[in-house]
Design a protein around this ligand. Structure first.
Ligand code: ADP
Ligand code: MG
Length: 851
């Protein structure tokens, strides 16, 4: 118990898994907590005694799943192993903490998502500035940045999506914690100067960190915390990348969510996101990099063009692309494999995978090199120099020479070192099966020497190996035989050689396992020593994979290379929405143009009835901009993108199904962020802003916001509204253009054409949509009647009896049209209903109308 308490004292905030024989046991409050969370039976140690210690346990072979469950619930688990064989221990078996598993530091393949990084983040504050650092312990990817303010930090945390965040003062981070709902851990942080020194020693980042104190503090905290989780192994961190958030498009949490870049708004699924449509990568590092490219679109034109060059080069080479995709498919996750070797958690199977991956590299490098020619050389981005370094070839040779073709998943049972690689291994293997070969050899040699044909080498438990000689030949027994036993038919002897052999056989199994493990550790150490080269190779492959994937998607879906420059024009010909298009049958999606220009056509006011395609149109424009700036081709016939510095989107509360009601405040706060944060270079997408409040408020707010964007901000803006009153803005503001989602009225039906045309919508069509939705004819008729009255009034507010706010006609409905449906309809307060409530009400109305 002393040992246990020592460990617990060092890790008071963690659940200690304490190895006792075949179990990991937990004690005291850990036991109570874990028993509840994991559904384990709580027992007590020293049963019957007063204040008996509560305990519970899990079998060691099943521990992995339990540890994963606890960390997914936000707990930290300390793994304390027996580091000495109980057989040889004098007194207490030595135990050591071998690993700490936390939500942010998790190495289990079963839990890790191959397609996304698992970051441990740290934040630190200095005056108004914040530092952010994050590390993926599985790959060693390590980044840090200085962030201007708390709101920006919250947005960056949303983009990074860490699994655990470290901070010096949790209370001071209350607002951040409310936005980033993952476990936060309080840690002590060191001073900036010490942090910079530490990082300079460890990851050579001293110079880059100069003048970036909070980033250095955060990075040092992350590194130290991560290191403390691996007392037995090194971290695969070799470099800290200090990045400037302004070098990529600023995307806040709302924009990432609304544009469904990496997951859907409803259900948070990957399927249905832009990332899912774009991802045809063949490797896990490629998938992770693609996600990063998408979330960090570039603003530097030259850099963007380099990516387009690479994608275009691959688009033009479909044959090479197919070959590359096949070759990439046979390459494993080099980044994580290298990480595992460094962390000391690689299995023989992992190293076999690494060997096979490395084997595929030279062929792949040659393919790319042969793909270029004098006119159209291999693009800069696809420079595969890191894949040609001798270190990789050496590593491959070492792995190939050492490992069997199909290494097992476990180290402890041996059987992974190739025959002929090591004398000890070969000898032990020969002996381990009872030393049959040696015994046969000794037997025939002794037969020869003694000329006794019936001589036999045998084994029993009492003497071990012995030589048996029948009575008639005893006269020929050599002097060096030592008599052991007389039996009925003869005598049994041993020799020093047999005694030695016996000793070897007995220990062969153990020696073999130990030697294999030793060789394997050395092999992993060799790999770890070249981790930097492996990481660089992995990175080059990931870029190749992403570019190939973008090219593949471009060709499969008919995307084009956009023209990108520093201007303020955005011009799209026949643009399509990449996700909706992918979900529809070929050719079913209706393409649309878009022209925005900060100097002339700055604001597009998009009107049109519900379901006509306004939101789709605006999102597709934002998607095309982001795709262009991440370096991809775009779903359009042609596109010209003047680089955007930020992309903002806001969706009116009533349109935002994922949030429900009472979010008008949120909507307004987000609108305020846009008005304060957008520049002339930004792209702003406002979808039905103001819908979360009453109609009059809504129109007024939308109006004022549009004016402000025009007069004070100057950002290229798409502004959808179902308040067609707003169309009048184009008369008073020079850079406002009206467009609308066209519909055709056909025999009293409306048909959505999905075409965005010049000019505002002539009317709102709300009633037509209501009819399409199946509202009873009497309701529709009455609604038309009310609308007529409203439009008849010179002002919206002119008719005191007919307040739009409540849509409650105060005049008595005509007897002829009075019905329970009308009455019920009249009672509805549309402005205060969530979409779901509205649908439910609609369903009730329908039932009512049928009855
Ligand atoms: P609104 O915002 O005007 O209410 P949406 O943009 O949400 O309309 O579009 C409603 C539906 O119409 C979409 O879910 C999509 O299925 C379809 N749609 C929109 N635009 C197009 C288009 N250009 N081509 C084909 N279908 C479209
Ligand atoms: Mg919409």
């Amino acid at each position: 118990m002393r040992q246990y308490l020592d460990v617990k004292e060092r890790y008071p905030d963690a659940i200690v898994f304490f190895r006792l024989g075949d179990f990991y046991e937990m004690f005291f409050e850990d036991a109570v907590l874990a028993a509840g969370l994991l559904d384990l039976t709580l027992t007590t140690r020293d049963k019957g005694k007063e204040d008996a210690v509560p305990m519970c346990g899990v079998p060691h072979h099943a521990a992995r799943g339990y540890v994963a469950r606890l960390t997914e619930l936000g707990h930290k688990v300390v793994i304390c192993e027996q580091t000495e064989d109980a057989k040889f221990a004098k007194g207490l078996v030595r135990r050591e903490v071998v690993r700490v598993v936390t939500p942010g530091v998790m190495l289990d393949d079963e839990v890790l998502d191959p397609k996304s990084a698992r970051y441990l983040a740290g934040v630190a504050r200095a005056d108004k500035e914040w530092g952010l650092a994050y590390l993926d312990v599985t790959t060693g990817e390590f980044r840090a940045a200085v962030i201007a303010g708390e709101a920006q930090l919250a947005d960056e945390l949303a983009r990074v999506a860490p699994r655990e965040v470290l901070a010096a003062d949790l209370e001071a981070c209350a607002a951040l914690r409310a936005r980033c709902r993952v476990p936060w851990t309080q840690v002590a942080m060191i001073a900036a100067a010490d942090a910079t020194d530490l990082l300079d020693d460890e990851v050579g980042a001293g110079r880059e960190l100069a003048g970036r104190a909070p980033a250095a503090i955060a990075a040092a905290a992350v590194l130290e915390y991560a290191r403390a989780t691996q007392p037995a192994g090194a971290l695969p961190v070799s470099r800290l990348a200090v990045y400037d958030p302004a070098a990529s498009v600023v995307l806040d949490e709302t924009a990432i969510a609304n544009l469904e870049l990496v997951q859907t708004l409803i259900g948070a699924r990957r399927q249905g996101s832009l990332l899912a449509v774009l991802d045809d990568t063949a490797t896990a590092p490629g998938a992770r990099l693609l996600r990063r490219w998408l979330l960090y679109p570039l603003t530097d034109v030259a850099h963007i063009r380099r990516r387009h060059d690479a994608v275009e080069w691959l688009v033009l080479r479909p044959h090479l692309r197919a070959e590359l995709r096949r070759a990439l498919g046979s390459i494993g996750d080099l980044e994580r494999l290298a990480g595992k070797a460094t962390l000391g958690v690689a299995t023989p199977r992992d190293m076999g995978r690494l060997r096979d991956s490395l084997a595929a590299v030279p062929g792949l490098v040659a393919m790319v090199a042969e793909g270029g020619d004098a006119i159209d050389a291999v693009p800069e981005l696809l420079d595969l120099a890191p894949l040609r370094v001798p270190a990789l070839a050496r590593m491959h040779e070492a792995l190939a020479a050492s490992l069997v073709d199909e290494p097992p998943a476990l180290t402890k049972e041996g059987g992974f070192i190739r025959d002929g690689r090591d004398r000890t291994v070969d000898d032990c293997r020969a002996l381990a099966g009872g030393g049959k070969d040696q015994i046969l050899r000794i037997e025939s040699r002794e037969k020869e020497r003694t000329q006794i044909a019936s001589l036999k080498v045998r084994y029993n438990r009492v003497f071990g190996y012995y030589i048996e000689i029948t009575k008639s030949h005893l006269g020929r027994v050599p002097d060096d035989y030592i008599r052991k036993q007389t039996i009925a038919g003869g005598e049994r002897f041993v020799t020093p050689e047999l005694a030695e052999l016996e000793q070897k056989v007995l220990t062969a199994e153990e020696t073999l396992l130990a030697r294999e493990a030793e060789l394997f550790r050395a092999l992993c150490a060799d790999v770890a020593a070249e981790a930097r080269a492996l990481a660089a190779a992995g990175a080059a492959l990931a870029v190749l994979d992403v570019a190939t994937s973008l090219a593949e998607i471009a060709q499969r879906r008919g995307y084009v290379r956009p023209t990108v420059d520093d201007g303020l024009v955005l011009e799209i010909t026949d643009g399509r929405h990449p996700v909706i298009e992918a979900a529809l049958a070929d050719g079913a999606f209706v393409p649309n143009d878009c022209r925005l220009d900060a100097a002339r056509e700055q604001i597009l006011l998009v009107t049109g009835p519900n379901m006509a395609g306004k939101s789709t149109y605006m999102r597709q424009v934002a998607h095309i901009v982001l795709l262009a700036q991440m370096g991809g081709f775009v779903p359009a016939k042609a596109a010209h993108v003047g680089v955007c510095d930020r992309v903002f989107t806001r969706v009116g509360a009533a349109d935002d199904l994922s949030r429900g009601d009472s979010t008008f405040m949120v909507e307004m706060r987000e609108t305020a962020t846009i008005l304060g944060g957008a520049t002339r270079r930004s792209l702003v997408v406002l979808d039905e802003v103001g819908r979360g409040t009453s109609t009059f408020d809504g129109v007024s707010i939308a109006w004022a916001v549009a004016e402000y964007l025009h007069d004070a901000v100057g950002a290229r803006t798409l502004f959808a509204t179902h308040y067609h009153e707003l169309c009048a803005l184009a008369e008073s503001r020079a850079r406002v253009r009206n467009v609308s989602a066209a519909v055709r009225e056909h025999k009293n039906e409306i048909v959505f054409l999905r075409r965005i045309v010049a000019g505002g919508a002539p009317k709102s069509y709300g009633i037509d949509v209501a009819r399409l939705a199946g509202l009873p004819r009497s309701v529709i008729a009455r609604a038309r009647q009310i609308l007529g009255k409203l439009e008849g009034g010179s002002q919206l507010a002119a008719s005191p009896q007919l307040s739009l706010v409540g849509l409650v006609p105060t005049e008595k409905p005509q007897a002829s049209s009075s019905s329970p449906v009308i009455d019920k309809l009249a009672m509805l307060d549309l402005d205060r209903m969530t979409p779901l409530e509205a649908l439910t009400a609609l369903a009730e109305l329908k039932t009512l109308a049928r009855s």
